[in-house]
Design a protein around this ligand. Structure first.
Ligand SMILES: C[S@@+](CC[C@H](N)C(=O)[O-])C[C@H]1O[C@@H](n2cnc3c(N)ncnc32)[C@H](O)[C@@H]1O
Length: 281
């Protein structure tokens, strides 16, 4: 029998026509683990769908189903193994880095890989980088492997993610250049990192605006760059974020200049994710 070409092909004789209409064929690939959404209408067929995904993509060892939305400050999305090895620790590779990711205990998305690469190219030799909301460390570790930065301070509130990030720092032999700090950006930064960074990356698109003050204050007095991510309405993507940036810089008596603003990805019917790069002096 020929190998099925894709998930639909693999399931066309196993699901009814009605069931096929509910099937979502897109999934996230986190190294050796595929993460897929299965609508409630197909709940009873989850094992069948998982097996079919493994048949089509033999590079996966495990298929996990998303069983809830991103929740709370840690933005954790619960997942359940539906096929393959009973293992929720993914081994993921990106831009020369290897990352272990404890799915279901930490936030991780492979979707911002192009952003990590873009920023790594902007980092100049000797820079000290604030990698806020660092999760398991994809931003600071991609920077470490792909730039001549001096060091990144990677701040993260979820203890599971920090533990995972510390393992990843060792796995990538970056103990000298990436330091994981467990804590709240709004508490740790004013205490320890005022005026310390050449560059700050803020990958917290929901609620990141509440940390603009800390980020701006952490930029060296000689100047530096902030990369600010936000979920915004499609019809007016930049006005509100630019207003917040300008107001906060003014409040802190600092000059600011927008270097670039662009869409990063679609998010929902009415919202997109954007990134604004701005220079603070
Ligand atoms: C959208 S995730 C990004 C994670 C990682 N940078 C990535 O791209 O995979 C946001 C992260 O910020 C962390 N976080 C939320 N509030 C925080 C805070 N006040 N201080 C530090 N980290 C925080 C969450 O636990 C989560 O890991």
């Amino acid at each position: 029998m020929n190998k099925p070409r894709n998930l639909k092909d693999a399931l066309k004789k196993k699901l009814s026509k009605r069931e096929m209409q509910f099937l979502r064929t897109s999934y996230d690939s986190v190294g050796n683990i595929a993460v897929i959404e299965i609508p409630p209408e197909l709940e009873k067929k989850e094992a069948l769908i998982g097996e079919a995904l493994l048949e089509v993509n033999p590079q996966f060892e495990t298929v996990c189903r998303i069983v809830g939305a991103h929740k709370g400050f840690f933005r954790i999305q619960p997942v359940k193994v539906i096929a393959g090895k009973r293992n929720k620790t993914a081994t993921y590779r990106e831009s020369g880095c290897i990352l272990k990711v404890n799915l279901g205990k930490v936030f991780f998305s492979p979707r911002l890989s192009h952003e990590r690469e873009r920023i790594a190219k902007l980092i100049k030799k000797g820079e000290v980088v604030g990698a806020f909301f660092a999760g398991v460390g994809p931003f600071p570790l991609v920077f470490a492997k792909n730039s001549e930065m001096k060091k990144a301070i990677a701040i993260e509130l979820n203890p599971h993610a920090v533990e995972n990030m510390r393992e990843n720092i060792i796995l990538n032999k970056q103990q000298e250049r990436v330091e994981a700090v467990l804590g709240d950006v709004n508490k740790v930064v004013p205490k320890k990192y005022k005026g310390k960074f050449d560059r700050v990356v803020m990958p917290l698109p929901k609620g990141g605006e509440n940390f603009l003050a800390a980020s701006i204050s952490s930029i060296k007095s000689s100047g530096g760059v902030v990369h600010f991510y936000q979920f915004v309405p499609i019809d007016d993507p930049y006005s509100e974020s630019l207003k917040l940036i300008r107001e906060e810089c003014k409040k802190q008596g600092r000059k600011c200049r927008v270097l670039s603003k662009k869409k990063v990805r679609s998010f929902s019917a009415r919202a997109i994710q954007v990134v604004i790069d701005f220079r603070v002096k």
